[in-house]
Design a protein around this ligand. Structure first.
Ligand code: ATP
Ligand code: MG
Length: 353
């Protein structure tokens, strides 16, 4: 049995159901991100794990033990919130010591554990500071130390980085991941930032309207999205309307070309309309042995992003974006120009509803 399991979890507020049949099994020491748009139920699921909300149905277990009968303070969970939720009237030391004091730990043990935690977040020198005397990034590190001090079984992080500026966000997410690995603590991290989820997770749960839409490693979620929602929510994507050519041979017609699809069409008939998609990096201005299908279009826009150039072309009313690496000796395409972009059929994604 997995370490943390959520089985058929549901939650309604009054007549409104916000979590529908949510299922997830998380292994011990795993770092899992819940990724989804605002309002899809990420915080609600996290609050049910912590015991702040009672599920309307379903079961939650940690290390085989049913959690539904336990109050929040009986669960062994550490939580960090989006807004800095440190106690404003306590200094750093007392904030980190809080959970240990509540648990009635002896003074010497508290002292040692707080020092250990402050060492972990590299803030030993700020033990006497009050929250108002620290930056947002420092406050979130203290919040992390406070959550970890009582040695929780599970760490829950609800958008802990979203109030920080971009640079701090990247360095702190790496620090959180390093600490999580060092302690081997089972962690659920909530974010609506796809890059954040892709960069630090063992697995991602893409959430849509109170359901787990797709669960997989970052590599799987990005390269093999199984639904239109997951494909569009994670990363940039261009869709292409296509027509089934021969269902038995798994072929479809895209523009002037007939291509063999990399995944099974399933039940389909010749002439059925389907939606295919390509990631921006799957297209290039030059052909190769595998990148041998050409799409001709008119350049709509060219965005110079520094190391890459994102070009958008129009192909019979369909818009397609692709990225090329900057080459200082090669001028980028010009709007209005007619160009060919090449792709490999093996890079096509078949999108389902
Ligand atoms: N206590 C509550 N009473 C009524 N509705 C609630 C309550 N808490 C949450 N909701 C509703 O449940 C839905 C899911 O909310 P939730 O906070 O879980 O979303 P979220 O995915 O965390 O969004 P965000 O990314 O904006 O934080 C929303 O429609 C929200 O309005
Ligand atoms: Mg939320």
């Amino acid at each position: 049995m997995s370490f943390l399991t959520l089985t058929h979890i549901q939650k309604s507020f009054g007549p409104v159901r916000v979590v529908h049949d949510f299922n997830m099994s998380i292994e011990k020491g795993e770092f899992v991100s819940f990724l989804g748009p605002s309002g899809c139920g990420k915080t609600t699921v996290l609050r049910m794990i912590a015991g702040f909300e009672t599920p309307s149905g379903g079961a939650i277990t940690i290390d085989g033990r049913d959690q539904n009968t336990l109050r929040p303070n009986q669960r062994n969970i550490g939580m960090v919130f989006q807004a800095y939720a440190l106690f404003p009237n306590m200094n750093v030391f007392d904030n980190v010591a809080f959970g240990l004091k509540i648990a009635g730990k002896p003074k010497a043990e508290i002292e040692a554990r707080v020092r250990e935690m402050l060492g972990l977040i590299k803030l030993d020198h700020l033990a006497d500071r009050f929250p108002y005397q620290m930056s947002g990034g420092q406050q979130q590190r203290v919040a992390l130390a406070r959550a970890l001090a009582p040695k929780p079984q599970v760490l829950l992080l609800d958008e802990p980085l979203s109030a920080l500026d971009a640079k701090i966000r990247v360095s702190l997410r790496e620090e959180i991941r390093a600490i999580q690995r060092q302690l081997g603590i089972t962690t659920v991290f909530v974010t609506h930032d796809q890059e954040e989820a892709l960069s630090i997770s063992d697995r991602i749960v893409v959430m849509n309207q109170g359901k787990a839409d797709q669960i997989g490693t970052p590599f799987e979620i990005y390269n093999k999205p199984t639904t239109k929602f997951a494909a569009n929510f994670v990363g940039t994507l261009s869709t292409l309307d296509a027509t089934v050519a021969d269902p038995a041979a798994n072929t479809a017609t895209v523009g002037d070309a007939t291509v063999t699809l990399p995944e099974a069409l399933g039940p389909a008939r010749a002439g059925d309309r389907i939606t295919l998609a390509l990631r921006p990096e799957a297209l290039a201005l030059d052909a190769s042995a595998t990148r041998n299908i050409a799409l001709s279009g008119t350049v709509d826009s060219v965005n110079f992003l520094g190391s890459v150039i994102r070009t958008r072309i129009d192909i019979d009313g369909q818009s397609l974006s692709f990225d090329t690496f900057n080459n200082p000796s090669l001028p980028p395409p010009m709007p209005g120009q007619t160009i060919k972009a090449y792709f490999s059929p093996s890079d096509l994604l078949l999108l389902r509803d």
